[in-house]
Design a protein around this ligand. Structure first.
Ligand code: NAP
Length: 291
């Protein structure tokens, strides 16, 4: 049997929470004519177990959209959610990081974020940004912090700049045709107790076509497990600790389909078939690709 009874959850880095391995992205949401549908989609996803919500200062109206989706009248309880946002590198001075976080809190109508990330490495010294993130923890505005698009050397530098806190997560590009992080980064993070959150799990809209070799492998596993190819892809991308994945959907049907992967545990023969169809990219993950 590949279906498990309850959603698959795991600890998120050093946090004690058990977080569902599949969440909801929000890039290119919030500033579209479909705002009503997007609110309904986030709520349907949350109701189906996709309670980890990923947003960012960069995503324009997305933080506001999340605020709309989770407002008290929705009946959604803040403590049932795991909300992550990100500061833009160009704002990641000490003051700028604190200001961006406070703006995010206001937009989302919440008093705290579960995790706040530096979106990618920019020109502010890492020690300055890490110091601001530690201050935000001390102020109770965030529970934990992390980084995004960091290779191992960047992670080590960020960690060595910390005085009190720990890096909870590294959010990086990860989909079936982009598996550089399977080289070393996932294992490095596992050993360091850092959650790895894979973004753009559907290739940012470039999912393997059904007629391709990969598409046929996905279809075969889907048929064996009674799942859809998208669900198989998500289950593969979140197949082991410390992996999480955050697909973005802007329709209720897509969110529900993605949530269906929360209970899909792939068996070794299915994992092997997918490994063969989507091999790890050659080359080092020093030069981490990003969108
Ligand atoms: P993605 O999740 O790889 O793909 C989104 C596309 O897949 C959309 O076209 C969506 O269509 C479609 N889709 C979703 N569920 C589907 C389903 N069940 N069936 C068919 N199509 C489906 O793209 P992404 O937005 O780039 O990545 C996900 C999230 O990762 C972002 O939203 C963002 O939160 C985060 N991210 C972070 C970074 C970073 O630098 N840290 C970079 C990129 C992304 P519909 O919209 O029509 O549902």
């Amino acid at each position: 049997m590949s279906k498990v009874a309850a959603p698959i959850r795991r600890p998120f880095g050093p946090l004690p929470d058990l977080v569902p391995v599949i969440g909801q992205g929000t890039w290119i949401m919030g500033d579209t004519p479909n705002r009503g549908t997007e609110v309904a989609t986030l709520r349907a996803g949350i109701a189906a177990g996709l309670t980890h919500i990923d947003t960012a200062e960069l995503y324009g109206g997305a933080e506001d959209l999340v605020g709309d989706a989770i407002k008290p009248a929705s009946g959604i309880k803040r403590e049932d959610l795991f909300i992550v946002s990100k500061v833009l590198p160009s704002n990641a001075s000490h003051k700028g990081t604190i200001r961006a976080c406070e703006t995010a809190l206001r937009r989302m109508g919440t008093s705290y974020l579960d995790v706040y990330l530096l979106h990618w490495r920019g020109s502010y010294p890492l020690a300055e940004t890490m110091g601001a993130l530690e201050t935000l923890v001390e102020q109770g505005k965030i529970r934990a912090f992390g980084v995004s698009n960091f290779n191992i050397a960047d992670l080590e530098e960020a960690e060595s700049a910390l005085t009190s806190g720990r890096i909870a997560c590294n959010q990086v590009l990860y989909h079936l045709e982009e598996r550089h992080i399977d080289g070393e980064l996932i294992e490095h993070c596992r050993k360091s107790n850092i959650a790895v959150v894979g973004y753009s799990p559907f290739g940012h809209g470039r999912f393997p076509r059904a007629s391709s070799e990969g598409g046929r492998a996905l279809a075969a596993v889907a048929a064996r497990t009674g799942a859809t190819p998208r669900q198989v892809a998500l289950a593969f991308l979140a197949r082991k600790a410390p992996l999480f994945t955050i697909p973005k959907a802007s329709s209720v049907a897509h969110a529900k389909e993605n949530a269906g992967a929360l209970t899909l545990a792939l068996e070794p023969p299915d994992l092997a078939a997918l490994e063969e169809a989507f091999p790890v990219n050659a080359g080092s993950d020093d030069e981490l690709p990003m969108l």
